[in-house]
Design a protein around this ligand. Structure first.
Ligand SMILES: *[C@@H]1O[C@H](CO)[C@@H](O)[C@H](O)[C@H]1NC(C)=O
Length: 441
């Protein structure tokens, strides 16, 4: 749109200038009215013997005419803001050719509320070409299928063909749902990568609502992910991103984390090829968090979540939703990530800055933090030295206290960064941390 309009204006300006140049030529060539009838017309157009004088005259009239043109053009320029469409910070259009396509894969089953997820994706999507939406539906639920079908060609509707029950060992009977989810993920992701022009995919579930800069975030992080083998995903989610636990003034802040967050995450084809071969029968997310799969790699996650879960019934725990997920703050301010310098996320740089920041922070006690007795603006470091001390402090301060394969949610090198009573707190192991203990759970 913007490009089309600018080229139109350029074209118009060019015509305007050319027309004036033609006018100048004609006027210059024209003799005064009275002389016109006195001789052959071509005489008037013929240069006089004083060729040098003519050229100078011509140059002078051009000069003055060009001066006028310059003035007009600069006036046009100074009023540019009036005719240029107001830059819409919420939805910049991305149309340049040669830009990477990042498809969005929506995992759906039997929730008709997938509508909310799709509506938000379509609302915030900057380009249909660069972000095709693929909805993969499992479960064969007719009402949900009808909702997805109502979007017509705006989304690609895939249906997972194998709806059979999965044979599980008796004590896992109650986990049948988790087996089906795992089967569906494998099928759906491999479908998304079946298209060879897709080198990455962003996976969201049918109960996620996305923030205005969701697409901007993933577009900006794709080159970061591709260029850093110590990263294996980019997630839109902060597990401790509840209101009050994030710095509202730091919507642009990003972290590396050793904990696979999921909930709106980008994966590259190479990582998928590695995972697909050994994809688990159930509990795929916790499986991703095991050292055999993670292999020391980190994900990028934001300070303020770019996804929000609006319903966690079905297979997942409703209680967990009521206690934590419901209060996650969804980012509302559009951050132009593609225009920001993100090289600070590179492993070496990030690690050294992070260590300095965390271990340079003043050590405080749990009581000081809890009772709001900290002086100064922070940041502060709260130290834990055992699984139990981590859990007790995390629980009492209201952050996630569970560990998967020894990694606390949002943790990076054992450190959990969160906001508390307006100050930055790092819940951190003692200096000199080297590795996670997978027996911590
Ligand atoms: C593959 O993806 C591209 C870009 O999203 C799309 O134009 C094309 O139609 C897709 N091809 C197939 C076979 O799905």
């Amino acid at each position: 749109m913007i490009r089309k309009r600018s080229s139109l204006i350029l074209c118009g300006t060019f015509l305007f200038v050319s027309w004036n140049a033609v006018l100048v030529l004609l006027l210059w060539g024209r003799t005064p009215q009275g002389q016109l009838g006195n001789g052959p017309r071509d005489l008037a157009l013929m240069p006089t013997s004083d060729v040098v004088g003519d050229v100078i005259r011509m140059a002078e009239s051009f000069e003055s005419e060009l001066g006028k043109q310059k003035e007009i053009l600069s006036q046009i320029l100074s009023h540019q803001s009036l005719w240029k469409p107001r830059p819409n910070r919420k939805r910049p259009k991305v149309n340049a050719p040669g830009q990477p396509v990042i498809p969005i894969l929506v995992i759906a089953c039997n929730r008709v509320t997938v509508r909310r997820c799709l509506d938000k994706l379509l609302q915030h999507r900057p380009s249909a070409e660069l972000h095709p939406i693929i909805v993969s539906q499992d479960c064969g639920h007719a009402d949900t299928a009808a909702v997805i079908a109502s979007y017509g060609s705006k989304v690609t509707h895939l249906k997972q063909p194998d709806l059979s029950d999965i044979a599980v060992r008796p004590e896992h009977k109650k986990f049948q749902g988790y087996y089906k989810i795992s089967r569906h993920y494998r099928w759906a992701i491999s479908q998304a990568f079946r298209n060879i022009s897709h080198s990455s995919v962003v996976i969201v579930e049918d109960d996620l609502e996305v923030a205005p800069d969701f697409f901007e975030y993933f577009r900006a992080l794709l080159p970061v992910l591709k260029s850093d083998p110590s990263l294996w995903c980019v997630s839109a989610w902060n597990d401790n991103g509840r209101d009050g636990y994030v710095d509202p003034g730091k919507a642009d802040l990003l972290y590396r984390t050793d904990f696979f967050p999921g909930l709106g995450w980008m994966l590259l084809r190479e990582a998928w090829e590695e995972l697909e071969a050994k994809w688990p029968a159930s509990f795929w997310d916790d499986w991703m968090r095991q050292p055999e799969q993670r292999r020391g790699r980190a994900c990028v996650r934001p300070e303020i979540s770019r996804t929000l879960t609006f319903g966690r019934q079905g297979v997942s725990l409703g209680q967990f939703y009521d206690k934590y997920l419901k209060y996650i703050k969804l980012n509302s301010e559009f951050v132009p990530f593609t225009k920001l310098e993100l090289s600070y996320l590179k492993e070496e740089t990030y690690r050294s800055n992070f260590d300095k920041e965390v271990y340079g922070a003043a050590v405080v006690t749990y009581e000081d933090v809890k009772q709001g007795q900290l002086t100064g603006s922070g940041p502060f470091r709260l130290q834990y030295s055992s699984k139990d001390s981590f859990k007790v402090m995390a629980k009492n301060l209201g952050i996630m206290d569970d560990l998967k394969s020894g990694v606390p949610r949002t943790g990076y090198r054992g450190v959990v960064s969160f906001f508390y009573r307006g100050r930055r707190i790092y819940l951190a192991p003692p200096p000199g941390w080297t590795q996670y203990d997978p027996t911590w759970s």
